[in-house]
Design a binder for this molecule. Sequence first.
Ligand code: WTA
Length: 681
Amino acid sequence: MSDAIESILKETRVFEPPSAESVGAPRWLLGSMDEYRAMHRRSLEDPEGFWGEIARELHWFEPFDKVVEFNPPDAQWFLNGKTNICYNCADRQVESGHGDQPAIVWEAEPVGDGGPETRTLTYRDLQTQTARFANALKSLDVKKGDVVTIYMGMVPELAIACLACARIGAVHSVIFGGFSSQAIVDRVIDAKSKVIITCDGGWRRGTIVPLKENVDNACATLGEQGHAVDHVVVLERCENETSRHSRDRDWHEITQAASEDCPCESMDSEDMLFLLYTSGSTGKPKGIKHTTGGYMVHTYLTSKYVFNLVPDSDQIYWCTADVGWVTGHSYIIYGILPNRVPTVMYEGAPNHPGPDRFWDIVERHKVTQFYTAPTAIRAFMKWGEEHPGKHDLTSLQVLGTVGEPINPEAWMWYRKHIGRDKCPIVDTWWQTETGGHMLTPLPGVTPTKPGSCTLPFFGVDAAILDDQGNELPHGSGGLLGIRGPWPGMLRGIYGDRDRFIDTYWSRFSANDPRYPNPTSPSPYYLAGDGAKRDADGYFWIMGRIDDVINVSGHRLGTAEVESALVSHESVVEAAVVGMPHEIKGTGVAAFCTLDPDFNPDGHDAIESLKSTLRAHVGTEIGAIAKPDQIRFTDSLPKTRSGKIMRRLLRSIAAGEADVHQDTTTLEDYSVLAKLRESEEG
Ligand code: WTA
């Protein structure tokens, strides 16, 4: 951690915000840093007033009678208010006379002679299509509170499926289309879900991802484990032949048979909206629980101010994330649609058919807000500046990044080659658990520094804490903690109260004299990230402090990858750590000890076992988890108390520790381990 602090301290560049005129923005919603500070202060001192006013900009069937109640770790927002987030995304825009405006602008991956297929859905289309599909779900006996699993490609029907669930009060659990059938099995069981919505396939870099086949395989395993899936709704997308089962329902058939009259269910503000599974430091993914009102208000307000959304001003917003991640939930669908600025959904890969595909999309659709991940930016850098250079990107007003720390070099490249040295960059720090942005610059107002996510958003009280939970002064690094509740915060881990408290709230409470009841959770939410605040109070995220690694902006629990490895017959024990990776930021390095029966003999056998194991992890979790580096060892280096020496493994993986690299035999770390142990005492 001290290295990270050092390298960050060297960054001294500051970029003052540009004028709205110079980037072609209609106006900046905030006028000055003083205005930001005043609003931020009020949001903390008077949350009732601040959030109450914002919430009332949206539609409620019945008003809330209290804004917030917090008994750590449990918060409730907009108590007793009744609303519906689908209503606020679609129906409200139609009711106010904007039904014909574009809501979703979709572009397919395949590029034919006439260019790629595109589809625009107006708010009215969105309203009628979600209503129809919602009725179709009802015809499958889906009821309020039921969990519906969604495993689809990036097609408009994915947004429709989510919104349709919200419309009738069903809870959606979206699983990223890049995950394997085993990932579906685990999540369907945990969520007790009986209905899965999928596609025959999804387009990705010119090939078809076998989504339906993965669901079929998952259903077979689920069946063996006594969990029956009642219905699998299949949307035909790729004319991909798949096997048919009696549980299959055709999307178009059931939708055409359904009426478009389906009023939005009146949902309590604290009714569950969705579950989204994310990695933790143990093997089992956590179902992060989000509810309706607070999440809606938080994503609405952050979308508005962080991206500077101004309706009726020809803005076109594009977030390149997949809806399978929280970024897609919050900043393709739920936060953007209530702001009445069209949201672009792109189906495929950034380099199909060529490495300029994103810039081609920006140019053709005249995208004004562009939100992507550092890993993508590093890939663009590698592919070369000539690709954005071929396109007119002058429509862009605001650039955003999310998912992992952005290195200053990538930040500068983004600013120069995409943002023509002008567009403000909003580096947004947040998590699946926070629901929406927490630390972020506001465009046109916040001076930015390459690599810093700058300052807290309204309502966010963030601090750097030491190991005992004391707040540290500016200039020091430590644990990133959030004091008090915020509207979009998670309401728990589905079905696991203890894990919720242990993971986020318990680090300081035990035996701490400041907390009268030593078993009561501390008032700090702990994000699991290390961070530093500089002399100006700016936050710099240094990365995860637990056994979670952030690969291409996607969280992976090292324990998950380890358990995938040991589920292969050849592996007895595995340890997985992160290692520096040029494009992904962090790569996956795996150290395995083998069953003697499987000991590979010679270089070729070793390489072939490595590819078998990589493929195995791909099947168990998904391609993103495939190790970049696998090493076989006689025994894993452990301390006397039996703990795996992860720090040593990290430096071996990073090429820092001196190990003899004979690729024809197993590696032996025992000497190194003994050495380290004597150094570390
Ligand atoms: C990391 C993604 C640095 C961080 C929205 C966090 C970031 C984890 C940033 C959450 C950022 C996200 N700068 N690190 N701007 N944004 N992270 O749940 O480690 O997929 O804890 O949510 O990503 O990942 P998640």
